[in-house]
Every structure is written in structure tokens, then in C-alpha cells.
Design a protein around this ligand. Structure first.
Ligand code: NI
Length: 183
């Protein structure tokens, strides 16, 4: 079921999510809701807290970009490359704003699957960025608060507007907004 995605004016986004201990129907329903909500908004990644559930669950769908689709329970960073990547980052909880943020180029992530089995996944570039971005959400961190100080200062007005529930003035509306209007 599609659930509303919280924006950064919601204090839940700054809370640390709790580990999943039960691999039950409730978890499966949560993951389904997350995939539905992410698809509705045209996102490529979503953390459970973004639909108001403070559990350490994230979903990623980067199939269109040549990567993977999946649900990752209790993810933890095992290793990250020293080599960094530049890239533009956005977030469904920060509508209308994207910004440059350096991230490691490659990561190795430990996680549990939907049945609780321990797994390991590696990812680079966009996939590495998605894992790190979504795992930050599980620790109550939003990407706009991790920008380089100079960039953060430039965008402070926009960030404040979004935190107040106002639209960003100069931002280009993401593609998914146009698509939603059209349908
Ligand atoms: Ni996000």
C-alpha cells in the first residue's frame, strides 16, 4: 500500500531506527508498502522511517540503472573504499532539492534477508551511494545535513523552506512530479 513519504519537517526523520528482530508477516507487509511508496514517488531507495516506521529496513530499486532491486534488513557497513565519488544526491524526503555530495565509490554491506539469513552485498557508484544514503536515514541522518559547509550555506534558505513545509523557490521539479501531474 502506498504510504505518504515524510519530509524533513518531520522529527521522526532525525531518530535512530531500531533493529528488526522478527522476520514475520509484519515485516513483509512493511517491505511491500516501502516498494509501493517508493515506486509511487519515482524513487530508487527508501528507508522505513521515511514512511514513519522506525525499523532498520531499506529498499533499493536501481534495476533501470543496471544495478539491483532488493530489501535489506539491519544493514551495516562492513567496508568502504577510500576512493570517493562525486555525484548529485536527492531524497524523497527533501522534495525539489538535490546537491553534490562525496561518497565512497564502493561499499560492502552486511544485512539480513526477509527470512533473517545473513548476507553480504557489494556495490559501487550509484548503488554504493544509495546504500550509504539509506543507511544514514536509519541513523536519523539526512543528506542535506552532510553537505560541505560552503554548499550547505548556499542551500540553507531552500533547506529551511522545505523544513517549514514550503516548496523550494528555484529548484527544478523532479521528473516524477511531472509524471504524477500527467496521470
Ligand atoms: Ni533519502
Amino acid at each position: 500500500m502506498v504510504k505518504p513519504v515524510l519530509t524533513i519537517q518531520d522529527e521522526r526523520l532525525y531518530k535512530v531506527s531500531a533493529p528488526v528482530t522478527k522476520f514475520d508477516r509484519e515485516l513483509r507487509d512493511l517491505v511491500r508498502d516501502m516498494f509501493d511508496s517508493m515506486a509511487e514517488e519515482g524513487g530508487v531507495g527508501l528507508a522505513a522511517v521515511q514512511i514513519g516506521v522506525l525499523k532498520r529496513v531499506l529498499v533499493i530499486d536501481l534495476v533501470e540503472k543496471g544495478f539491483i532491486k532488493g530489501a535489506f534488513i539491519n544493514p551495516r557497513l562492513i567496508e568502504a573504499s577510500e576512493e570517493m565519488q562525486d555525484g548529485e544526491e536527492g531524497c524523497l524526503s527533501v522534495p525539489g532539492l538535490s546537491a553534490e555530495l562525496k561518497r565512497p565509490r564502493w561499499v560492502k554491506i552486511g544485512y539480513q534477508d526477509m527470512s533473517g539469513n545473513e548476507k553480504v552485498v557489494e556495490g559501487e557508484m550509484l548503488l554504493a551511494r544509495a546504500f550509504l544514503h539509506e543507511m544514514d536515514h536509519l541513523d536519523g541522518k539526512v543528506f542535506v545535513d552532510q553537505l560541505e559547509p560552503k554548499l550547505h550555506k548556499q542551500l540553507a534558505g531552500d533547506i529551511d523552506r522545505i523544513k517549514s513545509g514550503l516548496p523550494v523557490e528555484h529548484a527544478i521539479e523532479p521528473k516524477y512530479r511531472n509524471r504524477k501531474k500527467a496521470s
